[in-house]
Design a protein around this ligand. Sequence first.
Ligand code: 13P
Ligand code: SF4
Length: 324
Amino acid sequence: MENVDISKGFVDKPVPADIDIVKEIKKLCKEKNAVIMGHFYQPAEIQDISDYIGDSLALAQLAQKTTADIILVCGVHFMGETAKILCPEKKVLVPDLNAGCSLADSCQPEEFKKFIDEHPGHKVVSYVNTTAKVKALTDICVTSSNAQKIIDQLPKDQKIIFGPDRNLGNYINSTSGRNMLLWDGACEVHEKFSLEKILDLKKQYPDAPVLAHPECKKHVLVVADYVGSTKGIINYVNNSDKKKFIIATESGVIHEMRKQNPDKEFIPVPPDDSTCACNECAYMRLTTLEKVYNALKYEQPEILISEDVRAKAEKSIVTMLQMS
Ligand code: 13P
Ligand code: SF4
């Protein structure tokens, strides 16, 4: 394999202008026994070339089962790490190492360890939007699809530290009657949905239910008709007789909803600080077809995790998958 420069976080090589890039990506996948896993927040053209698309939970479950030699994760960095933690023997690639996550960044391992040490006797439950090092400090991982189900399985008197998302943590506290100790982190994208704009949209579309991701602030969640993961929101739309839906999560999710429900209308909630019509995660949008092509061709950038951290992090994810 040719040695390539990835100092920019991705393979910065020009892609020949005369190739059919989608066809070449498919060809490379076949030749190398590679599989592309894309998250619902990816740009539409990336979702369309993915072998599987899913929410964080589904992507972890798929990684655990795949027989591919190479997994290319089109999402953000922690999603690539989750695949590598579960499949240490496989090559796990991401198109761009700069695709981080503001929520994962809001919980640095050194500070999280200090927090845990200051509160002995607690079970540590972490949202999957965390680095491998934070997962290594965690007893059980959760995603927005299974957080409620997993917390409900813990004894009622079990003291719990929940990190890093204060909004998801507060939401689970309110639905489960728990008093989990929360890490003070948040997602910069979901925190931007404004209640005012949602109330305006509700007036404009009185029949449209509001569907929100639990990373949104409490004042958004209380006016939502449904709160759930990306997959949960898609399922809600699929099973509803309504024709219009107000969507309070990253707008990439609308691509799959439209595909499955061409007769329905989706109204994205805009962020509070702009005139844009929808709210996008800048990290998710770093993936391009060119970066996907180069990642497969040069098998870079690769996710690498020290075995010590990986083995500790694996326990928290495997426990989650068993309890899901
Ligand atoms: P899901 O687990 O619902 O796919 O969400 C992941 C995420 O990053 C939400 O911002
Ligand atoms: Fe992270 Fe928020 Fe982007 Fe999800 S939407 S990947 S939580 S920054």
